[in-house]
Design a binder for this molecule. Structure first.
Ligand code: GDP
Length: 384
C-alpha cells in the first residue's frame, strides 16, 4: 500500500513538472527577445466590433500547440545598420546618372546657353519623369540665378536647385519606436508586383540592423507565396511572423493577431504586409479601411507606407493617387530605382501626394533598401 502511495505521488509530481515545462518554454521564448523565434501563428476569425471592445478579438494562441516541436534554430543574420546606405549604393543609380546627369552636365558645361539649350535642359528633366511644371520652374530659377550671379559653376547651382525641389526639410523619419506600452505599427500598401513584400522583409532588416525588434504580419492573404516569402525574410533575421494557415483568410484578422502578438512579445515594430489588388477603389477602401480600423482598436497605425515601382512612371503616379484617396499615406517607398533612368519620379510623386519619399529600393539584395537622403540622391544622379 505504502509503495502504491509513493508511486502515485511520483506520477503526480512528474505531471506537474511537465505542465510547468510547457509554460516555461513559452515564457523563456518571450523573455529572450531579441530576437523572437520566427514561428507561424494561425489567427482566428476576424474580430467583430463587439469582440474587439471586449478585448477578445482575433482568437488566442494555443499554448500547448505553441510549445511543442521547437524547430532547429536557424542561423540568425545580423544586418548592417542603415546609416549611409544611400551613399554606399549610389552606383545603383547609374542609369539615372547617365540619362540625366551626363546629358545635363554636358549642356551646362557649354560656355553660354541659348534658349534652345535651356529648353533641352527642361526636356531632359521632363524625360526623367520630374513632371512638366517642376521642370519648367527649376529651369526658370536656374536661368535667373545664372544671370543674376554671373556664376560659371552651373553644376553647383543645379545641384542646389534639385535638392530644393526634392525638399531637404521634409520629415523623412519613420515612426518605428514603441509608445504607450505598445509597438509602433506600419502598414505596407501598394499594388502587387511593386515590391511590397520584399520591402517588408528589407525594412525588417533595416530596423533590426538599427537595433529594433520586429514582428511581421502576413496580411496579404490572397497571394499564398507572400506569406512564405515573409516567413523566409523573418527567419533570416529572427523576426517573428504572424500568418494564416489558409489562403484567402481575412487580412484584418491576421493584422489584428500580428499587433496582439507584437504587443505580447513587446517588440518595437510590427510591419503588416497587405494585399495590393487594385480591383475596385471601393474594394480596396473596404479592405484597407477594415485593417486600419481593426488594428487601431489595439494600437495606433503609425505609418502607412505606399510602395511604388519607380519604373512604372505615369502608371505608378495613377496608382499613388488611388491609394492616397483610400488611406492616409504617411510616406512613399520607391522601389526599383536601380532599374530606371527616371529618377525624377521622386519629385513628381512627392508633389502628387504631398508626402515624402522615405525609403528607396536600389536592388534585389536583402540590404538594398536605403533611407532616402536628398543630397546623396542628387549627387548620385549628377555624378561627380
Ligand atoms: P509584391 O507583389 O508587391 O509583394 O512584390 P514582391 O515583393 O514579390 O517583388 C516583386 C519583384 O520585385 C521581386 O522580384 C523583387 O525582387 C523585385 N524588387 C523589389 N524591390 C526591388 C528593387 O528595389 N530593385 C529591383 N531591381 N527589384 C526589386
Amino acid at each position: 500500500m505504502e509503495y502504491l502511495i509513493i508511486i502515485i505521488a511520483i506520477l503526480v509530481g512528474l505531471g506537474a513538472g511537465g505542465g510547468y515545462l510547457l509554460v516555461s518554454s513559452r515564457r523563456h521564448r518571450r523573455a529572450t527577445l531579441p530576437p523572437p523565434k520566427p514561428e507561424p501563428k494561425a489567427p482566428g476569425p476576424a474580430p467583430t466590433d463587439t469582440d474587439e471592445r471586449a478585448g477578445a478579438g482575433g482568437g488566442g494562441l494555443d499554448l500547448a500547440t505553441e510549445a511543442v516541436a521547437e524547430p532547429a534554430a536557424p542561423e540568425i543574420e545580423v544586418p548592417p545598420p542603415s546609416a549611409g546606405r544611400m551613399v554606399r549604393l549610389r552606383g545603383r543609380l547609374a542609369r539615372s546618372q547617365s540619362a540625366f546627369g551626363s546629358v545635363l552636365l554636358g549642356l551646362l558645361s557649354r560656355d553660354s546657353l541659348d534658349d534652345a539649350g535651356w529648353e533641352e535642359i527642361e526636356d531632359t528633366l521632363i524625360t526623367a519623369d520630374m513632371g512638366v511644371a517642376p521642370a519648367r520652374h527649376l529651369v526658370e530659377q536656374l536661368r535667373t540665378e545664372v544671370k543674376v550671379t554671373g556664376s560659371k559653376d552651373v553644376r553647383a547651382l543645379l545641384r542646389a536647385q534639385l535638392i530644393e525641389a526634392i525638399g531637404p526639410d521634409m520629415d523623412r523619419s519613420l515612426r518605428v519606436s514603441r509608445h504607450g506600452g505598445r509597438p509602433a505599427v506600419l502598414l505596407m500598401v501598394g499594388v502587387n508586383g511593386t515590391g511590397k513584400t520584399t520591402t517588408c522583409g528589407k525594412l525588417a532588416r533595416v530596423l533590426i540592423g538599427d537595433g529594433h525588434t520586429v514582428l511581421l504580419g502576413a496580411a496579404d492573404t490572397f497571394r499564398a507565396a507572400a506569406a512564405d516569402q515573409l516567413q523566409t525574410w523573418g527567419s533570416r533575421v529572427g523576426a517573428a511572423v504572424v500568418r494564416s494557415d489558409r489562403d484567402g483568410a481575412d487580412p484584418a484578422s491576421v493584422a489584428f493577431e500580428a499587433v496582439k502578438e507584437g504587443t505580447e512579445l513587446s517588440v518595437d515594430t510590427v510591419i503588416i504586409d497587405t494585399a495590393g489588388r487594385l480591383h475596385t477603389k471601393a474594394g480596396l477602401m473596404d479592405e484597407l479601411g477594415k485593417i486600419k480600423r481593426v488594428v487601431s482598436r489595439q494600437a495606433d497605425v503609425d505609418e502607412v507606407l505606399l510602395v511604388l515601382d519607380a519604373t512604372t512612371g505615369q502608371n505608378g503616379l495613377r496608382q499613388a493617387r488611388v491609394f492616397a484617396e483610400v488611406v492616409d499615406v504617411t510616406g512613399i517607398v520607391l522601389t526599383k530605382l536601380d532599374g530606371t533612368a527616371k529618377g525624377g519620379i521622386v519629385i513628381s510623386v512627392q508633389r502628387e501626394l504631398g508626402v515624402p519619399v522615405k525609403l528607396v529600393g536600389l536592388g534585389e539584395g536583402p540590404d538594398d533598401l536605403a533611407p532616402f537622403e536628398p543630397a546623396a540622391f542628387v549627387d548620385a544622379i549628377l555624378g561627380s
